[in-house]
Design a binder for this molecule. Structure first.
Ligand SMILES: Cc1cc2nc3c(=O)[nH]c(=O)nc-3n(C[C@H](O)[C@H](O)[C@H](O)COP(=O)(O)OP(=O)(O)OC[C@H]3O[C@@H](n4cnc5c(N)ncnc54)[C@H](O)[C@@H]3O)c2cc1C
Length: 371
């Protein structure tokens, strides 16, 4: 089925990936977003560190997320080489590390991994001090380290830019500065399409449908005297970039800690991304002193060289989340909605897009085969 007229509400991570994918299939695609231009950084997709951690995220996800994550890593490895500009994508695994005082908490997390991991997942491999030094000489201080060999990372800023450029080259019409207020089957506001996609992230909140159990989106609940309480919520995430010339970190590193979830992600240009807080709040104000202290002291405790780095950027955004913190796809005639990607958007987007297009009768199998 080629040559359909398709409309997309939202040009964040999902919107860009969908637009590019559908245009490659030969469809006419129009994308609406209130952002003033392709490089305006409102979408959560820009802020993300780009950890692709199907196993490490089992601490706050389920086996299906891990399976979709493994699938997405495979799909990103096919997407990235097709993009018109370079996107830093690495499949060198990731490291988990723990200090001696936190080994009990670390073991509990490792037990969750082994209980939840899908069958085809490689388990965490315990590293000796010598092996850790050979893999990551700059990492000093942790009492224990494990390698998760199937994990990966993607440079989210490069990928957001490259997906928009690639889609534009394929003829996608970007309607910047245009918010969609009403999404219905075949319609985005007053525009008519063969099918429409609602991927507005948190921007979809006013319109989330009332659905029964088992259909992805959960019913909205009535608040106490305040009308409907929306079920989609934003979860505040704060992140910072450190410029640390000379510091060599080859793969993402996660500190297993009883209270904090702290990770470090290397990027080209001697940048280390340190993230991220997870706060039940929709406050978009700048990063707090508490978060800066927590993230940087935890990061410095395993990567001492970071002390000489410079904090060159901080960013705050909201993760779109449903009550169970799991993603949902809804397919009906003329309309597909995908939302609730929470802290796993980059980990899940290709697999979710693949499933959603298949459900809508638009999907080819492997992305490479149709390239
Ligand atoms: C600090 C932080 C760190 C993260 N780290 C990771 C990570 O390491 N790995 C990972 O996998 N995920 C990570 N994430 C999560 C990831 O960023 C999100 O899950 C993902 O961006 C969600 O994608 P989306 O397309 O649904 O939403 P978004 O990327 O937010 O895009 C939504 C788009 O819809 C547009 N929109 C809003 N309202 C309207 C409207 N009315 N009409 C039209 N368009 C509209 C917005 O302008 C935006 O462009 C992180 C998130 C944060 C905040």
């Amino acid at each position: 089925m080629a040559g359909l007229n398709l409309g997309i509400a939202g040009a964040g991570l999902l919107g860009r990936l969908l637009a590019w994918r559908l245009a490659r299939e030969g469809h006419r695609v129009t994308v609406f977003d209130p952002a003033p231009h392709a490089g305006a950084r409102g979408a959560a997709g820009w802020t993300a560190a780009g950890m692709l951690s199907p196993v490490a995220e089992l601490e706050c996800a389920n086996a299906q997320t891990a399976q979709r994550g493994l699938r997405s890593i495979e799909l990103w490895s096919q997407v990235v080489p097709c993009l018109p500009q370079p996107v830093d994508f690495r499949r060198a695994g990731s490291l988990l590390v723990a200090h001696r005082s936190d080994l009990g908490a670390a073991q509990r997390v490792l037990d969750v991994f082994s209980a939840q991991s899908p069958a085809d997942t490689a388990p965490p491999r315990r590293l000796s001090t010598q092996q850790l030094h050979e893999l990551e000489p700059a990492v000093l201080g942790p009492a224990a380290a494990w390698l998760l060999p199937q994990e990966a990372q993607i440079h989210t800023v490069q990928a957001m830019d490259a997906l928009a450029d690639a889609a534009a080259q394929l003829g996608v019409a970007w309607r910047w500065g245009e918010a969609v207020r009403r999404v219905e089957p075949h319609r985005l506001d007053d525009h008519t399409f063969d099918r429409v996609f609602d991927v507005r992230g948190l921007g979809a909140r006013p319109e989330l449908p009332l659905r029964g159990e088992g259909h992805g989106f959960t019913p909205q609940l009535r608040g106490e005297g305040h009308g409907f309480t929306p079920q989609l919520r934003g979860v505040r995430g704060e992140i910072l970039w450190v410029h640390a010339p000379g510091l060599v970190l080859r793969r993402p590193l996660r500190l297993l800690h009883p209270r904090l979830r702290v990770y470090l992600v290397p990027r080209p240009g001697d940048i280390v991304v340190v993230g991220a807080s997870e706060i039940e709040s929709e406050d978009r104000s700048p990063i707090s002193v508490r978060t800066l202290l927590n993230l940087l002291s935890a990061a410095h405790s395993v990567l001492p060289e970071l002390a000489e780095g410079r904090v060159v950027h901080t960013e705050v955004n909201l993760r779109p989340a449903l009550p169970d913190n799991l993603p949902a796809i809804e397919t009906q005639a003329g309309l597909t909605r995908i939302n609730g990607l929470f802290r796993h958007g980059w980990l899940l987007a290709p697999a979710l897009v693949e499933e959603a297009l298949h459900d809508a009768g638009l999907g080819a199998g492997l992305w490479k085969e149709s390239a």
